[in-house]
Design a protein around this ligand. Structure first.
Ligand code: HAM
Length: 434
């Protein structure tokens, strides 16, 4: 036997059982996004490396050590996208979507970061991202947070906590950074080596450290909220009041600084205690300078992204059931002429009843073995077509689950029998968009 090729570490297959959860999540997310007037944008997985250097920031972990970069055959330096905001802004500028306009956009798909894989942290992971452009007031920040809260409610998720902070303006951060550096230098020796290094490169990120010794030092660190100017303070206060007014509970987390450089003003994360150290399932905030920084005209912006793997893990931890997508009917047949009829009648059933989930058996096999397969598929009904049924002009409907008697049903009555037994709508009213 030849040796097997294994999947790349941190890049996971989503198997059918798991993908049902993902499909459910996508359908619910689409419903919520449409309810707020957000429109989908589909973006490439590969962008110029420079885009992320300029957008996410040279000294961030993502750019410094986590990007998958490669040189294209023509010498261009390209990267697998580590996140979606930069590409969304790039596309918005390129197609004139942002200039003097209000835009509400969303995207979904895989992102790539070469992090150390662990539960909830992967090298290929998936996000649903939401971005709103052209709106400077805190109303839109309240909207995107309310949207995310509605999604948790729609999914039936419990126990997610909203954490808020404000990073203020550039001047705020400049002044705060200077004071924070002075503070951190005073406690230099008590910090972990990574944090010591960050004092020079990205001191705000020290606030994010999970190392207990560093956290102990940070309990006395200056608070960025004390540095906000009048405009930033009033933006943040309005945001907090607006959320309270909508009944969205939050807590202020002074250490919330985010790992990407483009943020300004209000930032937030939705966290759960049920996923260990990778408990942030959704994160975002305002990034008012990024559009200009990437060559567009000055455009306020805000948004967030949800980590789908983490949401999936949380759904599993909370034992949430997702709609069953098993086939409902399994069509068995005996003999070559019955196979032709089964394939033809199968197509007819799918045309007449697009919501029906039907498997038509395809390989020659004894009836007993076919019925075993039918049972294992999870179907509720089996159709059996043999010589007798063919001669009688119909098919046998056999109950695999539940207490119904087996019936010989003439072909013209089959759709009615199946739809009434299974409770499916014969018409083409798909419950979602997938
Ligand atoms: P982020 O905080 O880097 O923000 O990622 C958002 C979410 O993606 C995280 O909260 C987490 O749930 C998930 N995530 C990130 N990295 C991984 C990973 N290695 N494995 C599994 N899940 C992960 C952004 O990406 C921003 N673009 C969000 C944003 C949009 N801000 C404004 N607009």
């Amino acid at each position: 036997m030849s040796s097997r090729v294994q999947a790349v570490r941190g890049m996971n297959d989503v198997l059918p059982e798991e993908s049902a959860r993902w499909a459910f999540l996508h359908v619910r997310a689409r419903q919520v996004l449409q309810a707020y007037g957000y429109r989908e944008i589909r973006l490439p997985l590969v962008e110029r490396t420079e885009l992320f250097r300029r957008a996410v920031g040279e000294t961030t972990d993502v750019v410094e050590k986590e990007m998958y970069c490669f040189e294209d055959r023509n010498g261009e330096n390209l990267a697998l996208r580590p996140e979606g905001t930069a590409g969304c802004v790039r596309a918005g500028i390129e197609h004139g979507l942002l200039h003097h306009q209000h835009q509400r956009l969303w995207y979904s798909g895989p992102m790539f970061r070469r992090e150390r894989p662990q539960a909830g942290r992967y090298r290929q992971f998936h996000q649903i991202g939401v971005e709103a452009y052209g709106m400077a007031g805190p109303g839109i920040d309240i909207e995107v947070i309310a949207l995310s809260a509605r999604l948790w409610q729609k999914l039936g998720l419990r126990g997610l906590r909203l954490q808020l902070n404000s990073l203020g303006s550039e001047t705020t951060r400049y002044q705060y950074r200077a004071d924070l550096v002075t503070f951190l230098q005073r406690y230099h020796d008590a910090l972990d080596p990574d944090s010591q290094r960050r004092i020079a490169t990205n001191p705000l990120r020290v606030l994010d450290s999970k190392v207990p010794a560093t956290q102990a030092v940070l309990s006395d660190a200056p608070l960025i909220l004390d540095y906000l100017d009048k405009a930033a303070r009033s933006h943040f206060e309005f945001l907090c009041r607006g959320l309270a007014d909508l009944g969205v509970e939050y807590e202020v987390n002074h250490r919330l600084v985010r790992g990407l450089d483009y943020y300004t003003d209000g930032v937030f994360e939705w966290v759960t205690a049920e996923l260990g150290s990778q408990g942030t399932v959704c994160a975002g905030g305002r990034y008012d300078h990024l559009v200009e920084q990437l060559g567009g005209s000055s455009t306020p912006a805000t948004g967030f992204a949800i980590g789908l793997e983490r949401l999936g893990l949380l759904m599993k931890a909370q034992e949430m059931s997702v709609p069953d997508r098993a086939p409902q009917v399994y069509f068995c047949w005996i003999g070559d002429s019955a196979r032709v009829v089964a394939l033809r009648e199968g197509e007819r059933l799918r045309s007449a009843c697009p919501n029906l989930r039907l498997i038509v058996h395809t390989e020659p096999m004894g009836l007993k073995a076919q019925l075993r397969k039918a049972d294992r598929s999870g179907a509720q009904l089996a159709l059996v077509l043999g010589e007798n049924e063919e001669a009688a002009g119909g098919v046998q409907v056999k109950s695999l689950r539940g207490d119904y008697e087996n019936l010989l049903v003439p072909w013209p009555d089959l759709v009615t029998t199946l739809t009434s037994r299974l409770g499916v709508e014969p018409s083409d009213q798909t419950e979602g968009l997938f």
